[in-house]
Design a protein around this ligand. Structure first.
Ligand SMILES: C[S@@+](CC[C@H](N)C(=O)[O-])C[C@H]1O[C@@H](n2cnc3c(N)ncnc32)[C@H](O)[C@@H]1O
Length: 136
């Protein structure tokens, strides 16, 4: 994206938020730090519809949180990039099964899954899911 466009960076942990402001937002003029819970998707609507929702929050219900943010804030045809940490969802299940299930959840809620990229060995038991938002 370079210098064009705007990134709204949502983070709720105070220490991480402070570092994010000091090390990133201060030096990148097009990064807006938004200290809030990503579950409060209605708060981000004031920025208008965005082109991409990138979600990497390692929460058990993070797929639902991502879907809610797409429904409120992602333009039709926009992209969701969801990082799935299978152990945050279920420590006992085979990660591949978790990735399949989270992909199906997205498909049931108006997204078309384009790619599921497993990130092992760089990030163990993680996958990146890229999906397009079809709903108007
Ligand atoms: C796995 S880290 C993100 C790593 C980052 N993408 C990177 O590559 O450096 C997850 C972050 O999400 C934040 N987080 C978790 N749940 C959140 C929520 N509900 N709302 C906002 N931030 C959340 C955590 O505080 C943590 O800083």
């Amino acid at each position: 994206m370079g210098e064009k466009g705007l990134v709204i960076g949502v983070e709720f942990a105070p220490r991480v938020a402070r570092e994010f402001i000091e090390k990133v937002a201060r030096v990148r003029r097009n990064v807006v730090p938004y200290i809030a819970d990503a579950r409060e998707s209605f708060k981000f609507a004031s920025f208008g519809k965005v082109d991409v929702v990138y979600c990497d929050i390692a929460q058990q219900d993070q797929t639902e949180i991502a879907i809610e943010n797409c429904a409120r804030n992602l333009r039709t045809g926009g992209r969701l990039i969801l990082i799935v940490k299978s152990r945050s969802i279920d420590v006992l299940r085979d990660p591949k099964e978790v990735f399949r299930e989270e992909s199906s959840k997205l498909e049931r809620h108006g997204l078309t899954v384009e790619k599921v990229i497993e990130l092992s060995p760089f990030d163990k038991d993680h996958a990146l899911i890229s999906a397009l938002w079809n709903a108007a």
